[in-house]
Unconditional design. Structure first.
Length: 128
């Protein structure tokens, strides 16, 4: 039995009709996510089903999580993109996945899935 390869959009759960929010900074996040959102409504405010962020530290992630948490549909998720160890300097990333998980616990956000984005980036899904 062969294993079918899912696209990044499928792994992230991007399906038509979902409202998606993509953080403005850093710019690379829009370049990665927008091409996968053909039939989706991209929202800048209000409630969304999926949000994408790429913080440069755990503290920045907590700030973004506080802002996004009320904007996430109860069944929605936040995908956090972060660099693999060898690319931390390239993406100006100061932190770790463990720090990002711990710093948003008090907001009720829990990680429940990890997905490789490309050779340089990983992503983790947080839900309420």
């Amino acid at each position: 039995m062969s294993k079918t390869h899912k696209s990044l959009a499928e792994k992230w759960g991007i399906i038509p009709w979902l409202k998606i929010r993509i953080d403005r900074e850093p710019v690379f996040i829009q370049d990665l996510v927008l091409p996968l959102c053909g039939d989706n409504k991209i929202v800048k405010q209000g409630v969304c089903d999926i949000a994408f962020v790429a913080p440069t530290s755990a503290a920045e992630w907590k700030q973004k999580a506080r802002r996004l948490r009320p904007a996430i549909d109860p069944d929605g998720v936040i995908w956090v993109l972060y660099p693999k160890e060898a690319f931390r300097e390239k993406y100006d990333f100061d932190g770790s996945l463990e720090e990002m998980i711990n710093i948003v616990r008090d907001l009720g956000l829990r990680p429940n899935k990890r997905v490789a984005v490309n050779d340089e980036l990983l992503s983790v899904r947080f839900h309420l």
